[in-house]
Design a protein around this ligand. Structure first.
Ligand code: R1P
Length: 289
């Protein structure tokens, strides 16, 4: 069945609607960064650059690092953008854009997020690296899809009970990450844990400027959650969306974050730029191995 023009939208040059990319422009190993200006901070280490484009906040560069073909894409901020980026990347490899039909042969992408995040645990300090073994989705984007098969109900129910999670908020979906990319990126210098993915920066992450929170104790309850050793280690805005959509679409994913703040003891990195620069080199070298 051919996918309608209103659902799979292409630009006049045949590129996909928001990302402005055609299939030949991307590698199967892809790095996501949030900030469009961070793309160059990754690709400045490349041996060669073959392609670059930008539309809105989505900047893409493809080239090679130590001979390995890689694509770097900025996703902007939040799970809503991840819905666009992951669906459009998947369409580039798994839908024939001319016939608008799903290809018989599935192509699997390896997607690594290099992000920044705040630690929630006093024993995971600023300037550390953390790879998300699990993610808990607090924003609801994934609930538009059929997620039953990827959900971890036992952890979800324990979280709802422990936090007295409001029924008026979206259901906190828990996703365990696949191991193949995780194993390529781990080392003794990388913490692991469950990353909470919020749909906003202030209230949704428990920050108060002028507006009181629905539950002022929620962050403390999230910090103290521990289900058979699974703790919520950090808060950010993309990981659950990347993990959930990657699993549903049959791609590998890993989210590795530079922890630039510690919400448990109120500290912030004195040199966040250096931590991110170190994480970029660490990740590139691991992906090129
Ligand atoms: C908020 O300041 C942004 O920073 C974090 C959050 O997830 C959110 O996108 O990650 P990035 O630095 O990767 O964008």
């Amino acid at each position: 069945m051919s996918i309608k023009h209103s659902e799979l939208i292409l630009n006049p040059d045949g590129s996909i609607y928001h990302l402005n990319l055609r299939p030949e422009h991307i590698a199967t190993d892809i790095i996501f960064v949030g900030d469009q200006y961070r793309v160059d901070k990754v690709t400045k280490h490349f041996d060669t650059i073959e392609f670059t484009t930008q539309k809105r906040e989505f900047k893409t560069t493809t080239g090679t690092y130590k001979g390995k073909r890689l694509t770097v894409i900025s996703t902007g901020i939040g799970p809503d953008n991840i819905d666009i980026v992951l669906n459009e990347l998947d369409a580039l490899v798994n839908i024939d854009l001319e016939t608008r039909q799903v290809k018989e042969k599935h192509t699997q992408l390896n997607i690594t997020r290099i992000g920044t995040s705040g630690s929630l645990q006093a024993d995971i300090p600023v300037n550390s690296f953390l790879l998300s073994s699990h993610s808990i989705d607090l924003n609801g984007m994934l609930l538009s899809y059929q997620v039953e098969e990827i959900a971890h109900q036992e952890i979800e129910e324990a979280f709802i009970k422990h936090t007295n999670w409001s029924k008026r908020k979206s259901y906190p979906l828990v996703i365990a990450n696949g191991k193949s990319l995780e194993e390529r990126l781990l080392s003794e210098k990388v913490f692991t844990g469950m990353t909470a993915t919020a749909g906003g920066f202030y209230g949704p992450q428990g920050r108060v400027l002028r507006l009181p929170l629905q539950d002022a104790e929620l962050n403390n309850k999230i910090d103290s959650f521990n289900h058979n050793g699974i703790r919520v280690t950090n808060l950010e805005m993309e990981t659950s969306a990347i993990y959930g959509l990657s699993k549903l679409l049959g791609h590998n994913a890993a989210s590795i974050n530079a922890l630039i703040a510690n919400r448990a003891n109120g500290t912030f990195s004195e040199d966040p730029g250096k931590v991110v620069a170190d994480l970029i080199i660490y990740t590139l070298d691991k992906l090129a191995e």
